[in-house]
Design a protein around this ligand. Structure first.
Ligand SMILES: Cc1cc2nc3c(=O)[nH]c(=O)nc-3n(C[C@H](O)[C@H](O)[C@H](O)COP(=O)(O)OP(=O)(O)OC[C@H]3O[C@@H](n4cnc5c(N)ncnc54)[C@H](O)[C@@H]3O)c2cc1C
Length: 523
């Protein structure tokens, strides 16, 4: 006799989304989370007394509209305009606003030609991104065994492709595999303009902007962002963990049970079929459907007995590339940093959104060059947010929190290990920031540096990769997480995957969780 209809391993936001949909459909659902709180990499933590951080993911803007509509997580999203503030070493800056015409005025200071082209770029790439958004919602076909069900599953693509128009289908097919640098070279002449946009093609990848597939990464970010924006700008009031808590509340409201501090030790199988999970406190809990929110390598190699898998599947799983390449630096600040580029103006307007220390495309490429040789960048690309400008309650009065995702910082260092290099890299990050905001060092009250191995050990992200496997073209769509099993189903009957390692990939989107629930209910 089964204890539940469905057991979900992991209460990352995707596990919670799957659990909520299945409970809403009337299934008896249990969620088991190994950490002491829900959310996985989407958590708010009081890292220093009185200072609360979105410890990994910051942005809220990617949560898909289907999840918002169906599960109604009770959160307040605080949106910002600008989309990007990109200070320059010479004291100038470029700001990208939501309004392309307003942005064009900014761009004109760097290139009149680029200013003229920017609105057309946003219009065409926005349409192509909408197709990528449709693709994200599709259940990837089972190539080469494509059947009627696969074709019907492609329906979410129809609208965006129609809107793109026949004339631009060729643009879509051409742009997807391109290096983002080549794409931007075709449109713009200013290295500054190219840098501000290209950063969003490399943020979640190990690659530099001249590598294939980085244009797709830009379009993926674009597809999930607010209309007209190539990256998400909002934060959740209370930090991103408030969203995970709200998703957990939603799942509970439909009847799901959620246990934290309950690590699953293994998936029990009988005759090649998943029949339950092993937990320290209760032995084996039984359910005919097991859903794993853990990444594919953990699911197949740690939770399953490899004898349940064919040699081919084992080889495919072993070949998944993870390759985390960013560190996270969390700063508690006594004052708002003074950026040279904002001297004489109220800084709060431009600092409310993402601040990108990626002044040019050339800078990004040079930062990436280090990774090729197993080193971290000496002048990293920094993706900086000051959430307290939108949500002052995250810190004591008049104090601020600043969170930085710092690239490039490879998981494997050629010389030395991260335990010895952690603070050295933290110094490089702060020194880099100080080139644009010279007094920042005096304002730092506390600092925590999370290297890729720290992200692995603290949040269970193998190699510190934010997406449970890199989002490169060879690990995309029908090949994600592995060829032949991209439809949220696994080689073991009754076992499904629902996390970021599945199509379409990482980010706090809820899409893998949503698509997995759809596949489970269809079965
Ligand atoms: C530094 C960094 C910055 C990021 N910035 C952003 C951003 O700004 N915007 C954005 O949208 N995304 C961002 N991301 C990516 C985003 O956080 C992830 O892609 C997303 O949270 C993955 O969600 P998930 O639910 O699929 O997996 P996870 O969040 O990894 O959840 C998996 C859960 O499963 C649990 N689990 C695993 N094994 C077991 C077990 N055996 N038993 C019980 N529980 C188990 C884990 O503890 C975890 O809670 C960032 C990530 C990082 C690391």
């Amino acid at each position: 006799m089964a204890d539940y209809d469905v057991i979900v391993i992991g209460a990352g936001h995707n596990g919670l989304v799957t659990a909520a949909y299945l409970a809403k459909a009337g299934r008896r659902v249990l969620v088991l989370e190994g950490r002491d709180r829900v959310g996985g990499a989407a958590v708010t933590e009081e890292v220093f007394p009185g200072f609360r951080f979105s410890a990994c993911a910051d942005g809220s803007g990617y949560l898909c509209r289907e999840v918002q509509r169906d599960l109604r997580p009770a959160v307040e999203i605080l949106s910002s305009d600008p989309v990007v503030f990109s200070p320059q070493p010479d004291g100038s800056s470029l700001t990208i606003w939501r309004d392309p015409a307003k942005t064009a005025t900014e761009i004109a200071r760097f290139s009149a030609l680029d200013a003229e082209r920017y609105p057309a770029f946003v219009e065409l790439l926005g349409k192509i991104a909408a197709v990528v958004g449709g693709l994200a919602r599709v259940e990837p076909p089972d190539i080469p065994e494509v059947g009627l069900r696969d074709l019907l599953g492609l329906r979410p693509l129809a609208g965006p492709v129609r809107r793109l128009g026949r004339k631009h289908v060729n643009d879509l097919l051409r742009v997807l595999p391109m290096p983002v640098a080549d794409l931007l070279d075709e449109w713009f002449e200013s290295d500054v303009v190219k840098g501000a946009i290209a950063a969003n093609g490399v943020r979640d990848l190990t690659w530099g902007p001249k590598e294939s597939g980085t244009a797709y990464a830009l379009l993926y970010n674009w597809a999930l962002s607010e209309p007209g924006c190539f990256r998400s700008t909002g934060v959740v009031k209370g930090g991103i963990g408030a969203l995970s808590e709200a998703l957990a509340d939603s799942a509970r409201s439909f009847g799901a049970e959620i246990r934290t501090g309950s690590k699953v030790l293994g998936i029990a199988t009988e005759q090649g079929r998943a029949i339950g999970v092993r937990v320290a406190e209760d032995g084996t809990l039984r359910a005919p459907v097991i859903v794993s929110n853990a990444d594919p390598r953990t699911t197949f190699f740690e939770l399953l007995d490899p004898y349940d898998l064919s040699a081919k599947v084992v080889r495919h799983v072993r070949n998944i590339k993870y390759r985390g390449s960013a560190a996270r630096v969390l700063l508690a600040l006594s004052d708002l940093p003074e950026f040279t580029a904002l001297a004489g103006e109220d800084p709060t307007g431009r600092l409310r959104g993402p601040i990108q220390i990626a002044p040019t495309l050339t800078y990004l490429q040079r930062a990436y060059d280090h990774v090729k040789y197993g080193e971290y960048a000496q002048h990293p690309y920094l993706d900086v947010l000051i959430p307290t400008l939108l949500d002052p309650d995250l810190a004591p009065e008049e104090r601020h929190v600043m969170s930085i995702t710092a690239k490039y910082a490879p998981y494997h260092l050629r010389n030395g290990d991260w335990n010895a290099k952690r603070e050295e890299f933290g110094d490089i990050v702060v020194d880099t920031l100080a080139e644009y905001a010279p007094k920042i060092k005096e304002a730092i009250l506390h600092r925590r540096v999370l290297t890729p191995p720290d992200l692995e050990s603290a949040y269970g992200l193998p190699e510190g990769n934010p997406s449970h496997g890199e989002m490169t073209l060879d690990q995309f769509f029908h090949m994600r997480p592995i060829p032949g099993f991209a439809q949220y189903r696994s080689p073991v009957a009754g076992l499904y995957l629902c996390g970021a390692g599945c199509h379409p990939g990482g980010g706090v989107t809820g899409i893998p969780g949503h698509n997995a629930a759809r596949a489970i209910l269809a079965d």
